[in-house]
Write a new protein. Structure first.
Length: 160
């Protein structure tokens, strides 16, 4: 498989949002209506070959801050107990499968785990929201989305 790289403009904007150069290849898969990046899809390995467990990364500063507030208020535990464990397990399995499908370097150790690299439960609400925003079935991401104000978004991701 080949990986679709971000444009030079997107690389510069994501570097600005992260406060550093991205360590791996990515493409923007969700944008605000004004074109600003919201979610990036990471290649499953960084440039140095390190496995990258986070396939979808929330880079929008306002949404990142809103989700961070939820996490600081105990959102990870609160949302984890609200979702069906079997449904959450399926979400992790589907995420891991999408990441496997995007492997370019099959000669390297593959990233493992589900959403945000976890296998069980909830680790990061940011990763769940990013997964939900690309159109994946993610009950935790849906709860996060319902708890914050979302801007109008354009989704350009084929996650299946």
């Amino acid at each position: 498989m080949t990986f679709r790289d971000a444009s030079p403009e997107d690389v510069a904007e994501v570097a600005r949002l992260l406060g550093r150069d991205p360590a791996g290849r990515f493409r923007v898969v969700v944008r605000r209506r004004n074109g600003a990046p919201v979610v990036i899809e990471n290649e499953p390995h960084l440039r140095d070959g390190t496995p990258m467990p986070t396939l979808y990364w929330l880079v929008d500063a306002d949404l990142h801050d809103a989700v961070s507030r939820l996490e600081s208020e105990g959102g990870v535990h609160r949302f984890e107990v609200l979702v069906d464990p079997d449904e959450l397990r399926r979400t992790h399995e589907e995420y891991a499968e999408r990441r496997r499908e995007r492997l370019v370097r099959r000669d390297l150790v593959a990233p493992s785990g589900g959403v945000g690299g976890t296998r069980v439960g909830v680790k990061c609400l940011h990763a769940h929201l990013a997964n939900y925003l690309v159109g994946a079935h993610d009950p935790v991401g849906a709860l996060v989305a319902a708890s914050i104000e979302l801007p109008e978004l354009d989704v350009a991701c084929d996650h299946d």
